[in-house]
Write a protein that binds this ligand. Sequence first.
Ligand SMILES: [Zn+2]
Length: 191
Amino acid sequence: MRIFRRFLCVALLVMIASTGQSADSLKIVSAPVDFGFRRCDNRVVDTIILHSICNPEAVDKFSLESIQAILKQYKVSSHYVILRDGGICRLVEEKDVAYHAGRSRLPVSPFRRELNGTSIGIELVCDPEGQPTEAQYEAAVKLVRDIKSRHEIKHVFGHEDVAPGRKTDPWGFDWGRFRITLDQEPTVNNP
Ligand SMILES: [Zn+2]
């Protein structure tokens, strides 16, 4: 009985922690912020923008807490943060406009400006001189597929592509590898 009760408790905790369950059981931890976004109920999303972030002044520059702290400092946020271990955290609801792109422009037609209103931002926790981890690549592909199941996504770009000369992230990111994996049909072994 005690074991069953413990199991029930663990199951409950898992249910609370993972609020975003999709078809391929993508786990998303809810970690909402109260800054860096504005509420919106009727926006159309067609772009995903990948970023990098770390907090060099924190004891643990890669922790969720330190990332939230540096975002708060600048009053900005992305919708998602992917931690070094591949853990995905949602900071802002997809329906809301997060302040992650700043002055920006699509590098392809229709060359639309100010992309916050039509995009979802994903932060990959990383050093400026570093690279994403294997787990982060896997999580990024799963998350982008998941977002594509909810929105008609036409563009997936890096911050550096939409704000050239001003931004250099995502740092150390292998776009070839990412796009090849993203375009592969997910299978049971490669969800
Ligand atoms: Zn960025």
